[in-house]
Design a protein. Structure first.
Length: 359
């Protein structure tokens, strides 16, 4: 089910976009996608519940702040800084897929007229895009089994800084440097193990006002049993893994940790959404999945993104030079092209803030 929240149009501010924000309650997103049908198929009990109006978001969305059980106060964002979408009344975390849609704004004649009187066109207000990057690392990614065990079990060990350093590299400092050079605001989703292993980079990203950080859990294991090549996390460990991921990211020195979460592999279902509800996070999927996994040709990645992007899109890319070697060069093409088309690049928090009516 897709729920659209419309608000009276207003001028853009740092934390307010425009009228229509769309929230998706199920579907793929992240660095991989599910191979089966959506978990919210019409024949499912969950879909029937939503169809009856029992599982929708409030017509007047509210903001909330994450301070989940088991997560210490230091790991929570400063009061009032980041907005979250409300959980459904049936106990699922909300899933945010994309922001304003130009066609929604055009359909609202009254709001459009007000914008025109204010000297702003609907296109000017709606043409925003959020670039997101998954910095994912799991124990399975490290080349040496002993290093993998150290990364999993010794959070403050010197070995966590070296895990994976002698083998594959799953960071991408060149990509982050390119974003800084072009002054591109972005949201980076980190797994706890990635923040542990690349602690200095996590700290630098997490203290740069250009970026904001979300979580990919700690282990970056799947929250469903059928998520392509990702090993599944036991159902009774899912909430703990989300909380541990936040704690580990904060321990790496990240200051701008948001209450936003991305399901590893983009795979989720009703059960997983209920399991992590106590964490009080807003899950972020997206509507444009860049085909950068394993792709060596940056033009193919850039062309696909530029073809699929629409006003309000949340674009999902990887921050992993081993698994996504073409991403940096693709972004060098994507960013100027988007700006040439009149798009403004924003962080995910700015889109979500508009959904809860905050300025």
């Amino acid at each position: 089910m897709t729920v659209s929240v419309r608000r009276t149009a207003r001028p853009l501010t740092t934390l307010a976009l425009v009228a229509a924000v769309t929230v998706s309650c199920a579907g793929p997103g992240g660095d991989t996608t599910r191979t089966d049908a959506s978990p919210a198929a019409p024949s499912s009990p969950a879909a029937s519940e939503r169809a009856s109006g029992k599982d929708g978001f409030s017509a007047s969305p509210r903001s909330s702040l994450s301070r989940p059980e088991g997560d210490d106060e230091a790991a929570s964002p400063p009061s009032g800084r980041y907005a979250t979408l409300p959980a459904s009344i049936s106990g699922r975390v909300p899933v945010f897929r994309h922001g304003p849609r130009a066609e929604d704004a055009r359909a609202d004649g009254e709001n459009r007229e007000k914008r025109e009187r204010a000297g702003k066109s609907g296109d000017e207000e709606d043409k925003v895009v959020a670039l997101t990057f998954d910095a994912a690392l799991s124990a399975e990614d490290t080349e040496d089994t002993e290093d993998a065990e150290n990364a999993e079990n010794a959070e403050n060990s010197e070995n966590t800084e070296r895990a994976g350093e002698d083998g594959e590299r799953h960071d991408n400092p060149g990509l982050i440097s390119a974003l800084r050079r072009e002054k591109v605001p972005a949201t980076v989703f980190m797994s706890g193990l990635w923040a542990q292993t690349y602690k200095h980079q996590a700290r630098a990203i997490g203290r740069d006002d250009l970026f904001e950080v979300g979580s990919l859990s700690h282990s970056h294991r799947a929250f469903t049993d059928d998520c392509r090549d990702l090993p599944a996390l036991a159902p009774d460990k899912r909430l703990a893994d989300v909380l541990k991921g936040r704690k580990t990211i904060r321990a790496a020195g990240v200051k701008n940790l948001t209450p936003y979460f991305r399901f590893p592999g983009g795979c989720f279902d009703d059960r997983s959404r209920r399991a992590i509800a106590p964490a009080e996070v807003t899950a972020v999927a997206g509507d444009v999945v860049a085909p950068d996994a394993g792709e060596k040709d940056p033009e193919k990645v850039a062309e696909r993104v530029l073809k699929d992007v629409r006003p309000g899109s949340v674009v999902m890319l990887r921050c992993d030079r081993e698994k996504a070697p073409a991403t940096e060069k693709a972004v060098r093409r994507i960013v100027p092209e988007l700006r040439e088309r009149g798009y403004r690049l924003v962080r995910v928090s700015e889109m979500i803030a508009s959904a809860v009516g905050r300025d």
